[in-house]
Every structure is written in C-alpha cells, then in structure tokens.
Design a protein. Sequence first.
Length: 69
Amino acid sequence: MIAIIHFAGLVIATIFAAAAAVLLDWLFLQAAFHLMRPAAVKTAPTFHSELVHGTRELARHFGPAAVRR
C-alpha cells in the first residue's frame, strides 16, 4: 500500500515538473521573440501637422521655385 502511495507521489511530482518546464519554456520563448523584434516596432513614428506645414512653407520659400523668382 505504501509503495502505491509513493508511486502516486512520484507521478504527481513528475507531472508538476513537466508542467513547470513547459511554462518556463513558453516564457523564455516569448522573451526571445520580444527581444528579437526590431526597434522600429516599439515606437510608431509620429509627427505633428504643424511640422508638415512648416516644412511645406520652407520648401516654398527656399526651394527650386524660389530660385526662379
């Protein structure tokens, strides 16, 4: 009877260890994918419309069309 209880404890410990190994493997895999992502993915380029309008005005004043004037 005691041998059966010891065997059941061994089975439960093995199942627990296998589940912990799968969980750690999954976490390490996710961390590896996270570290392999390019830096550009982390932040999206944002710009303000004022900057676009200012650039357009600068190009209008100092661009090739201004040389012809």
